[in-house]
Design a binder for this molecule. Structure first.
Ligand code: SAH
Length: 196
């Protein structure tokens, strides 16, 4: 392996570990929340399983073993460097969205007891900043782990989860918060802030 490929892999794995560290305290704290509405369907469970495979297990296997090496690809170095640069906005947005959602966060489609509608912090600009962060994450994964299996699996699995979930999530929020969510939707875009 080239030196630069190694640098790409290591930087992705440092990022990958820090994502767990960012999420951990929120996952712990929110364990005690009482769930009021649970829309975790069988489809949702499968999709969550796929993203765990594509974003956690396959990258870990790739860096720890030579098993997937036959499926490597090689991108121009500049694309790997862009991937490294994108790791910062991805982690900042991931952290900020956890902090702003606080106890309203959950890995799945759920409404908690005393759920509040968050429309401040990064949520003032976009409705799904955590998904924006995860999109950046899976783009970085494809640019930095240059492998058809471990590099693309994040993009494909999260892409599937995102497109099958986001409409349902907004529907769930609208059922819970009514006019307030409709007004919030009119002021924001899903993933990328409106510039004007
Ligand atoms: N889609 C959001 C949140 C992902 S976590 C983002 O990308 O940042 C998923 C859970 O967050 C959902 O089950 C829902 O209960 C909750 N949620 C989503 N948007 C919210 C908001 N604006 N305020 C409060 N909770 C929200």
């Amino acid at each position: 392996m080239d030196m630069i490929q190694l640098v790409f892999e290591i930087s992705f794995m440092v990022f990958w570990v820090s994502m767990f560290i960012i999420r951990y305290p929120y996952a712990q704290r929110n364990k005690s929340n009482v769930i009021q509405v649970n829309q975790k369907s069988t489809q949702e469970k499968w999709l969550l399983g796929c993203t765990a495979l594509g974003m956690i297990l396959l990258p870990a296997v790739y860096v720890a073993t030579p098993w997937f090496d036959f499926a490597d690809y090689h991108l121009p170095d500049i694309l790997g460097v862009i991937g490294m640069v994108l790791l910062s906005p991805a982690s900042i947005l991931f952290y900020r969205s956890h902090r702003d959602l606080g106890r309203n966060w959950s890995a799945s489609l759920e409404i908690r007891e005393q759920h509040s509608l968050v429309n401040t912090g990064v949520y003032k600009y976009i409705r799904h900043p955590m998904y924006t962060a995860i999109w950046l994450w899976v783009i970085c994964q494809a640019l930095l782990l240059q492998n058809y299996i471990a590099g693309l699996s994040g993009f494909v699995s999260f892409g599937l989860l995102y497109f099958l979930r986001v409409g349902k999530e907004e529907q769930m929020m609208q059922t819970k918060f009514g006019e307030a969510y409709i007004a919030y939707k009119q002021k924001t875009k899903r993933l990328i802030p409106r510039l004007f």
